[in-house]
Design a binder for this molecule. Structure first.
Ligand code: PEP
Length: 241
């Protein structure tokens, strides 16, 4: 049985006060959420402690957006696995396209961060996906296979979530056609040794397309940016039909 994981990625949005405001609006809607799905919020580092104090008894799992490959050390600006697990963080996004694009993340550093996440007891959410240019050049499949080959070296597939996020669909309102997302996720699954790894779709997921996305056979959840920032829209996503 593959686990369903509905995860929000808040990126660099929301102060602590804004996080608390969000929780006030969002937590009541979890009462309707079926037990078959995991609800995860990957919030900025400064919001993690607020969440860890406010989430007792809630079924929201806490996620971070980055992790360094060492447990501690002289790495200014980075955060380590033990710092995250100490405050109850369970998931961490690794290799998001914004980190690959703006912060020099490579497949090698993605692999190191995935290993660190697993070593320190976190579940990594590995993001892979192609640019518009690569898609137009019919390179989607080869690009993704190449990313997976490099990123997953010596990674335990029993403790892993993968998010297929076509870069051209992130934050653009331009969702990947659901059947196409399903097809690419099938290709990703064929590359894995463990067929039960949950594979999410990410890229302009909204209340008006969530039901169709989640109806696809290969899609085990979503990784959501913009639509996870408002209590009502994230509630609609976690309560998809
Ligand atoms: C993301 O940040 O991973 C993402 C998919 O963003 P959005 O839902 O806003 O496209």
């Amino acid at each position: 049985m593959r686990k369903i994981v509905i995860a929000g990625n808040w990126k660099m949005f929301k102060t602590q006060a804004e996080s608390l405001e969000f929780l006030k609006g969002f937590l009541p809607s979890l009462g309707e959420t079926p037990q078959d799905r995991e609800v995860v919020l990957c919030v900025p580092f400064t919001d993690l402690s607020v969440f860890s104090k406010s989430l007792h008894g809630s079924r929201i799992q806490l996620g971070a957006q980055n992790i360094h490959w060492e447990g501690s050390g002289a790495y200014t600006g980075e955060i380590s696995g033990p710092m995250l697990t100490e405050i109850g963080v369970r998931y961490v996004i690794v290799g998001h396209s914004e980190r690959r694009q703006y912060f020099g993340e490579t497949d090698h550093t993605v692999n190191l961060r995935l290993k660190a996440a697993q070593k320190f007891g976190l579940t990594p959410i590995l993001c892979v996906g192609e640019t518009k240019q690569q898609r137009d050049a019919l390179e989607t499949e080869s690009l993704i296979i190449n990313q997976l080959e490099k990123d997953l070296v010596d990674i335990d597939q029993e403790n892993l979530v993968i998010a297929y996020e076509p870069i051209w669909a992130i934050g653009t309102g331009d969702t990947c056609e659901t059947k196409e997302a399903n097809r690419v996720i099938g290709i990703i699954r064929n590359q894995l040794t463990n067929p039960n790894v949950p594979i999410q779709y990410g890229g302009s997921v909204k209340p008006n397309n969530i039901d169709e996305i989640m109806a696809q056979r290969e899609i085990d959840g979503v990784l959501v940016g913009g639509a996870s920032l408002e209590p009502a829209s994230f509630a609609r996503l976690v309560n998809y039909k």
